[in-house]
Design a protein around this ligand. Sequence first.
Ligand code: PMP
Length: 305
Amino acid sequence: MADPHSHVYFGDRLVPTREATLSVASSAVLYGLSVYTVFPVHVDGESRRTAFRLRDHYRRLVESCKIIGIDRFADEWSFDRFVSVTKELVAANAPKSDVFVRATVHVDATIPGTRVRGCHTTVSMFVYDATPIVPQDGMRLKTSMWRRIPDDAIPSRAKVNGAYVNSVLAKQDAIDAGYDDAIFLDGNGHVCELSAANIFLVRGGTLITPDVSCDILDGINRRTLLTLAAEDGIPVVERAVDLTELYIADEVFATGTSAGVAPVLEVDGRVVGDGLTGPVCQALRKRHTAALRSDELHGWVSDLG
Ligand code: PMP
């Protein structure tokens, strides 16, 4: 992640970034007890700034809180407040090019032991340069020896900061072995996702992705691609995926806010398809890039002024 821009929303106001600090004794620091989302803001010249699927990001944040037992956020933060703070934050930082906004609900009660309900929370939101976290021109993946945390341990559908230790283990291991990212499997050997992106494969013209009960994050770009593909008449299937299906797929690609729509050209030393970015990936990437900027059909793009 790039450095945060100059101003951070912290608690109930904008502050210079260095002043947005949490106690070392807070549950957020001690246990990773925070939930978050990251959404993209497209900057078009001086005056036009738009956010993508803001309502869905807000809803997922509320749902992450609910799953974890953080019970104050939904009462204190309406969607309208979320939008107006986003506008204020982006205007204060006046980015010249596309940025990501990371919004986090931190449990900042100090040393309450391992519990959550009723604990004080602080919301932070900051802006940083929209740099992709994986290569955009073809990546090489390695199946991780680390398994995805199952729903009955730390649910992947909740974006919990502490759970990202699982992603760090997998990603670092992949990088150390000379790969770009990792593929997580679940306890039964089924494919889940990358360290911070969802996965798709194409076999015989059908777009396939693990379903939402496969210990994945219910990614907002995953949903976007499923919608765009269905609109383009591409057959779409959400189901359990075996690792070896990736080896014989015509195409594999990853999606996410920070991953974009990124082709995968090698999995565990096996070339995917003909080793080039496939036509389905190319077509969906084009549709996705356009949708991030303007979208009248689905109401996905909000004007931030
Ligand atoms: N899976 C994980 C584990 C992630 O961290 C992310 C990034 N948020 C994704 C998938 C993609 O989700 P989204 O499309 O909502 O960015």
